[in-house]
Design a protein around this ligand. Structure first.
Ligand code: 13P
Length: 259
């Protein structure tokens, strides 16, 4: 790890009602998560639980994130949610371009890019997800795919706002499958991402941008992943739905900073 403060973000996906979400936050808070500054924590519940979870984390250092936005500010877009609606609920982060949005809901790089720009205009921190499919890894296309998603996703982002961007490298074959990239595999892609960020924004800015790993990160593999130079935290799916595993991940990340 480096001087970047690690971040553990929980992506609850389409899980937890507002009531269940508040219960989970109570359990997480009871373990003192969000009470120390050596690790940052973001919870990304479904839209319907944002308000209740936001109230439940009030007064702690835990931040609130959403899982998606629409790129337009308002208008006739039935079922969609804008950046300003999220800001109004004290949301500070938003996941953009998750592989499930890309593959199930057909979001392309251009749409992802418009969402990133919309988030930044509203002072929301975008967590831009990139990552290759299994077939792409097997065809040695990992770096090509990551480069395309990253460069397209960040097109037009001004250098002055680049530090608000967070990147999440999520190899699609590792999501929800129990298969994790080895620390060396993940580090190779993270270092490549930081090199691309340096080309776009300069080395100093790139050194300050957080790059999270996502894909079956659990307490038993987090320590080795977070020990890598360019892995600055995790975007956690399944293990974020359980207070015990999530708080353990936060504890491991807090420890990684002091190495
Ligand atoms: P899992 O941790 O369940 O593999 O999910 C990762 C993910 O998609 C986070 O966005």
């Amino acid at each position: 790890m480096s001087k970047r403060t690690p971040l553990i973000a929980g992506n609850w996906k389409m899980n937890k009602t507002a009531t269940e979400g508040v219960e989970l936050v109570k359990e997480i808070s009871a373990a003192s998560v969000g009470s120390h500054a050596s690790v940052n924590v973001v919870l990304c519940p479904p839209f319907t639980a944002l308000s209740a979870v936001g109230q439940a984390i009030e007064g702690s250092l835990i931040a609130l994130g959403a899982q998606n936005i629409h790129d337009k500010a308002n208008g006739a877009f039935t079922g969609e949610i804008s950046a300003s609606m999220l800001r109004n609920l004290h949301v500070t982060h938003v996941i953009i371009g998750h592989s499930e949005r890309r593959s199930i809901f057909g979001e392309d790089d251009a749409f992802v890019n418009r969402k990133v720009l919309a988030a930044l205009s509203a002072t929301l921190k975008p967590i831009l997800c990139v990552g290759e499919l299994l077939a792409e890894r097997e065809a040695n296309q990992t770096m090509e795919v990551v480069r395309r998603q990253l460069e397209a996703g960040l097109a037009g982002v001004p250098a002055a706002k680049a530090e608000s961007v967070i990147i999440a490298y999520e190899p699609v074959w590792a999501i929800g499958t129990g298969k994790t990239a080895t620390p060396a595999m993940a580090q190779e892609v993270h270092a490549f991402i930081r090199k691309l960020l340096a080309q776009q924004f300069g080395a100093d800015t790139a050194a300050r941008i957080l790059i999270l790993y996502g894909g079956s990160m659990k307490p038993d593999n987090a320590d080795a992943l977070l020990a890598e130079q360019d892995i600055d935290g995790g975007l956690i799916g399944g293990a974020a739905l359980d207070a015990k595993s999530f708080t353990e991940l936060v504890r491991i990340a807090a420890k990684s900073l002091s190495r």
